[in-house]
Write a protein that binds this ligand. Sequence first.
Ligand SMILES: [Fe+2]
Ligand SMILES: [Fe+2]
Length: 455
Amino acid sequence: MSLETTNSTPQSPSMSALDAMPDGEIDLDRDDQATDVRIDLTRLYKLWEANNWSVFALDFRQDARDWRERLTPKQRQAARWNYALFLHGEEAVARTLAPFVVAVPTQEQRIFLTTQIVDEARHHVFFDRFMREVVADEDTVIAPGYESTLDLMRPELTIGFARVFGELDRLTEQLRRRPHDRALLAQCFTLYHLIIEGTLAHPGQHFIRTYLTERQIMPGFTQGMAHVARDESRHMAFGIQMVRELTANAPSARRAVIALINRILPWTVSLFIPPDFDEDYVRVFGKELEDIYAFALRSFESKLTRAGIAPSEIASLVNNGEEQAPIEQARRILRLVKAGVLGEAAPLHVDDATLALIFDGVARLANMSPAVELNSAIQWEFPDAPPWYLAPQGGKIVASQGWAGAPALTLRLRVDDWARIVGRKLDARWALVTRRLTTTGDLRLALRLPSILHM
Ligand SMILES: [Fe+2]
Ligand SMILES: [Fe+2]
């Protein structure tokens, strides 16, 4: 069905911005959509009613045969890991949505969020039933109760998952105590609807649905995943609109949202790194990790833009070259994750190529608007790596390997500690206090450095 059920005239692409596709899914991935179209929440509610579905009406008998006979042992291992992330993710989002219902200002918004809680609970039940009836080994008996399935699958979760969902618990608990805090509410929508649903779950669902459809396997699960994706498209459309409304003409809410994104993005990148960085978890289904990360980046950047925030305002996107194609950004992120600079999927190992990538990002941050004037050179002196410096050159700030002529400021620290600061694992001020970082030269410049480098 279409959101415009009474209008059969084809609309121009920009006017059909938030219309549903024939199957009821709202396509938020198209580039040609207007970003300023307001969704009527009654239309979203009608879509919810029209697209209600039943987990227990799905037939998993063919799925169980396909799981045993048409997936290889490696594909089963990879799918079990990926579906465990979804099982726990759906449980977490179902559990943490209630404070939003109390905090939103209008009854239309409360009603929409109530439909979403039902959806998320149903998604949890869907993954629970699939785990029990299809994924669990023949000799594994899962005790009754949702907790048993969660316990069984908990060892599959990644450190990135624990960090991101731990933050969801923390922020929504704050919202429960401070429901009138609009900046906090905007942060909660950003984390829940833009980051978790839009950047983590959406690419995962797209990946799963693609290989299920290509291989024509597990028809019950395929059908359920289509329902989940349709539900999620409504949730994301709503969340984008909420972030847009809460941050428009509200500079403090906008700053809070941007600060949250900068803090969380470096952790989200290790959520979908398979155990032991074994990329075969993705390759066995015909994709590369970088394809999934590129899809995620494109999804996040387009949703953020729709919410009225430009990717060029986000330091943790700018330092990764946000103006480049998503696949280039994805490759760059994965190099930093592999080097242990971002996330916790690999031990930290900073070689010369990684350090060059780090300083390329530092220069991008130094040139980010609103530009903080940097009129003189800053030198980095590492006891265990080649020196680097930042200096103004031809109207912009350039990073180069080597020694600056007469730096106004010199920073001395181990290269690993610099990588930790860049990866937001070590606070620069704490490094100063504990003497892991020492400086000589212009003290006022040193104090302005966090602003200059957006750290
Ligand atoms: Fe969900
Ligand atoms: Fe959702």
